[in-house]
Design a protein. Sequence first.
Length: 409
Amino acid sequence: MCLYLHQIYDGDNMNFPLVGTYCGSSIPAYFLSSGNFLTIRFVSDSSVQKQGFNATYRAVPLLCGGTLNATTAKQTLTSPSFPNAYPPYTYCRWIIDSPPLETIKVSVQTFVLDPSQSCSTNYLEINDWPLGDYGQSHKFCASDDHPPDFYSNSRTVLVYFKSDAFLAGNGLSFSYEIANCSRLHEQEYGYLKSPGWPEIYPHNMDCVIILKAPQNSSISFFFNNFDVESQSSCNFDYLEIRNGSTADSQLIGKFCGQTLPNPIFPQSNQLYLRFKSDFSTARDGFDATWTSSPHGCGGILYGDHGSFSSPNYPGSYPNNTYCEWSIKAPRGHVVTITFAQFSIDDPGNCQNNFLKLYDGPDTSSAPVGPYCGVETNIAPFSASSNHVYIVFQGQVSTLPSGFRLTWSS
């Protein structure tokens, strides 16, 4: 424990990442900053006195990183020498800024890292800046799936890329641009929020969002929070959802008020959403989780919080239902599952109809459960990592049956 310490921050103030905390008599290894600033903090107390430290620094060419301004035009950044191999011990930090009241979209095109390396020395990290109470921080390593599109909550994004090994074929490329409120999400799963969430959404918004999952899959869409100006016909502020990709697709619902809408199971791979606000009252808006799978039940659920439910919830699930969900919170987080509502019709042995959790990324992880019956007071489950795998089997139900679970991290 360092009582009298020497700290180095990779930037021009102490809000930037802490590189290291040093004390004692061992000489620390050299450090290469990701930009043209370092902040050094030295703290001593009123007791022991020592000689202190003596350090040197020099400027070296910047191979990657820097401070950039996002515009409405898409711009691309890459690891050094891309598409060829980057040098060993590469460390890049990009600071991407946008005009006030704007946000940023980051899309990763190429993400190939050496799977033999540790995640601590071989990763891509994308953060809101500053993080604050609602900032996002997502770290991706070689074993992870391709990173989904990142939409910032703030006007500034920090992107870090680090690797310590030289391996041909590795590399990174990503694009950045000012994020329009109208968006196309072409991916298996994601997290959706109204402009400004969790703060009040702006006036006079008219945003169209299209979710497009892979062919031969069906989307499941779950609301986590909902607060939109209330009006009997939802003509002022509203969220409109259609089963398809166009404004004339079949209408699923038009939502406003403070009641959390039911989950949506369109039995298709596309959803059309239109969020509109007028010039008067504005509220907090909404956030939602969505995923997809070949059977419209199960899939990957990604984010630091969210919710999901059995098919047709709050109605009963169909007979012969089988679903598998994989919850992935950002690295460094620990998942907690809460049973918001739970009723699985079963004779009592949890053999035919059950829900089972696994404390890890798949069914080889330690099981928890199974759960069945009508439970009103199931204790939350705290996992040991950022992964929880969930299996649901419902062969037959005669009584009203279904469940809704939430997760936080």
